[in-house]
Design a protein around this ligand. Sequence first.
Ligand SMILES: Cc1ncc(COP(=O)(O)O)c(C=O)c1O
Length: 337
Amino acid sequence: MLVDLRSDTVTKPSPGMREAIAKAEVGDDVYGEDPTVNKLEKFSAELLGKEAGLFVPTGTMANLVSFLTLTKPGDAVILAEQSHTIHYEVGGLVRIAQVLPLTVPGELGKLTEEDIILRYNSGADVHRVPVTMVSIENTVNRGGGVFYNYEEICSISRVCKRLNLKLHCDGARIFNASIACNVDVKYLAEPCDIISFCLSKGLGAPAGSVVCGSKELIDRARKFRKLLGGGMRQAGVLASAGLYALTHHIDDLRKDHERASIFRWTLENKGWKFPLPSPTNIVFISVSNAYELKEKLKGKGILVNAVSNDRIRVVFHRDITDEQFDYTLKTFLNIAL
Ligand SMILES: Cc1ncc(COP(=O)(O)O)c(C=O)c1O
């Protein structure tokens, strides 16, 4: 048995999704002529309560396009030190968007109103860099999949409006957040100028993210997508998978959360330690030698990620069968720490 718990990005297209891909109507999307991409962009925007959407190949490009759209070179951006953008996007915000990241420490990777006020600078002083944007991540990957609820986003948005700052949300897993806090995704998106989400994580599509916002911002974002080489041609084959995921797979994320919680509580009862909360589908586990344990688990057919020497990460997703889940629990319970 091989159980891949490294990430929800390992999910493969379901049979229904493969059928949708095979039947996709396509055209040249750079000419705006791919009917399936157009449908996905419209459907995504409506789902998130925004005017327009833009289909991009990856979550990394979605974030970079958002930074380019909402800032200009030489601006400063406030974001969490634990954010995906800081850790895993090859420094694109500095190298390509040319903005100064002002990072906020904290294990959970969440910002508060006070964090923003503390770091805000208008740039009026000749020495200082003007802060023009705040970026949050919902859910927070490195924070154990913790989420911002509606009130928390509203409080951040309020201070952004007062200080004239744009608010971006890396909502790679925004549907996980919506399920976990039981709030329609529209409300989580509403306070943000731009929000992006990934189709290729727990939703199971092979590739793609959608950036949503006002028509004006998305027109601007479309130009940056082209600049970065993200203008795809018959992309409807991918967009069809995204549409299928949004119409058939969102509710299945609940099961991933349930499994994460069963997994955690079963192990916690046996004395295992967990450094962070696990309210969605991501679980971090405290261990004494993560790299050794990772190899030991691999030997038993279970793939996990070692994020540091004392921490492993497991992520639950739609491609884990009941049998694989039971095997995982049993294996963890029998393994010597
Ligand atoms: C929170 C978050 N943002 C962005 C990304 C980037 O997505 P991609 O791998 O599609 O570039 C990821 C990927 O895991 C993520 O977890």
